[in-house]
Design a protein around this ligand. Structure first.
Ligand SMILES: [Zn+2]
Length: 420
């Protein structure tokens, strides 16, 4: 029954944002995101939840507890990237709804209130900043920073927010006091290949890797590709290539710390077939849950820059674009997930999260946890994103029993029955 229900809900929500091309288009603060939120609101109301929207448009659906205590909250997002998939974010909020549905069916009440939170604007696709809704809820972003954002059509973030019916100046009122929430949990698709490779339905995130980002400029000398002999060239692109390969080698040495390094953008000037590139700019993204390991890759890269610069006689400069702190996830929640896995005869599998999620902002303020379910082929942010229903159910099972335990359910008997 669970299978059919979740499948039906997914179908309902993913009607929104379809176009003539493949994939879903529910960009942050667009009518499509709003429509999906409206559908989800109705689904929550059917489960007898009280639903409100905060000043940023985050949706908060609440099921009261039997005592006036902080809430045990579950959340994720309904916005997508351009040509996004059916599960990223959407599955997380539906998992919360399924937990509530099951508790309603079983007539189980908890001491702590339960909440499902649908965060606005999780994806950075439209405004270049990710997890805006959860940043606002946890108080991790200023209006000043948000005011500077624009989308590709030149619409500013304040304009988009006002157009969607919210007041830009009031956005900060979405910040919630620490006493509102006891714990926060997110269920998300893995967006990587690890669970599938290990044939496991559920993963427990230990922390969220944070990127250290650099912009590198290589100053060489543009000259004729036919008349400049190889020994006197100052080729900025071959210099950049050597540095990029060096970076890759350094990151590989840190494999056991799950550190990764990527150059995903490179510009070469003047960009003509018959001219030796005189200038090159590329961006470096080094990520890890381990700050020391990330630092190690960076310092080795810096040494290489000096070496290559000298050997090739070019000028290389670097500037730091951002240096974010990795977010550890709360051990008590990891343990709760692990013992729940044990009770459900699932192998507890701990892994870092390479990607950012709303939970990373919530975790800076509240004890928080993140559960992964497999992504087929590790594919995500893509129309072919897929997670098998049976894996989703395993994830929801872990979530349900963790919620019941953390929110102090009244009917302990039902919980013990799971053991047998
Ligand atoms: Zn997501």
């Amino acid at each position: 029954m669970s299978l059919e229900r979740i499948d039906k809900w997914l179908e309902q929500l993913n009607q929104v944002g379809q176009t003539s091309s493949p994939g879903l288009y529910r960009l942050a603060y667009t009518t499509q995101e709003q429509q999906a939120m409206d559908i989800f609101r109705r689904l929550c109301e059917k489960e007898d939840m009280d639903v409100r929207e905060d000043a940023a448009g985050n949706l908060i659906a609440r099921r009261e507890g039997t005592a006036p205590l902080p809430a045990v909250a579950i959340g994720s997002h309904l916005d997508t990237v351009y040509a996004g998939g059916r599960y990223d974010g959407t599955l997380g909020v539906l998992a919360g709804l399924e937990v509530i549905h099951r508790l309603n069916q079983k007539n189980i009440y908890t001491k702590h209130p339960l909440e499902i939170i649908v965060f606005r604007a999780e994806e950075s696709s439209r405004f270049g900043m990710a997890t805006i809704g959860s940043k606002l809820m946890s108080g991790a972003v200023s209006l000043e920073r948000l005011a500077a954002l624009t989308d590709k059509d030149g619409v500013t973030f304040p304009e988009a927010v006002e157009e969607a019916g919210y007041s830009f100046d009031s956005l900060i009122e979405a910040k919630r006091p620490g006493t509102d929430i006891k714990t926060f949990m997110e269920l998300h698709i893995e967006q990587g290949p690890l669970l599938e490779k290990n044939r496991l339905p559920v993963g427990i995130a230990t922390g969220i890797a944070a990127p250290f980002r650099l912009r590198v400029n290589v100053e060489g000398k543009a000259s004729h590709s036919g008349t400049t002999s190889m020994d006197i060239r100052k080729d900025a692109l071959t210099c950049a290539s050597e540095l990029i390969l060096g970076l890759e080698a350094e990151a590989r040495k840190e494999k056991e710390n799950n550190t990764v390094a990527t150059v995903g953008r490179i510009d070469s000037h003047p960009g003509a077939m018959n001219v030796i590139p005189g200038h090159c700019q590329f961006d470096v993204d080094i990520r890890s849950t381990d700050t020391a390991s990330r630092r190690q890759v960076y310092s080795q890269f810096k040494k290489q820059v000096q070496k290559v610069e000298k050997a090739r006689g070019l000028k290389v400069t670097m500037e730091t674009i951002s240096e974010e702190t990795p977010v550890p996830l709360h051990e008590s929640i990891q343990e709760c997930f692990a013992s729940t896995c044990g009770r459900l005869n699932l192998t507890p599998f701990f892994m870092p999260s390479g990607a950012g999620h709303d939970v990373m902002n919530m975790a800076r303020k509240w004890p928080a946890g993140l559960l992964f379910v497999p992504s087929v082929d590790g594919l995500s942010h893509h129309p072919d994103e897929f997670t098998a229903l049976t894996d989703m159910i395993a994830g929801v099972d872990v979530l349900e029993h963790s919620v019941r335990s953390l929110a102090n359910e009244g009917h302990q008997k039902a919980f013990l029955e799971v053991k047998s």
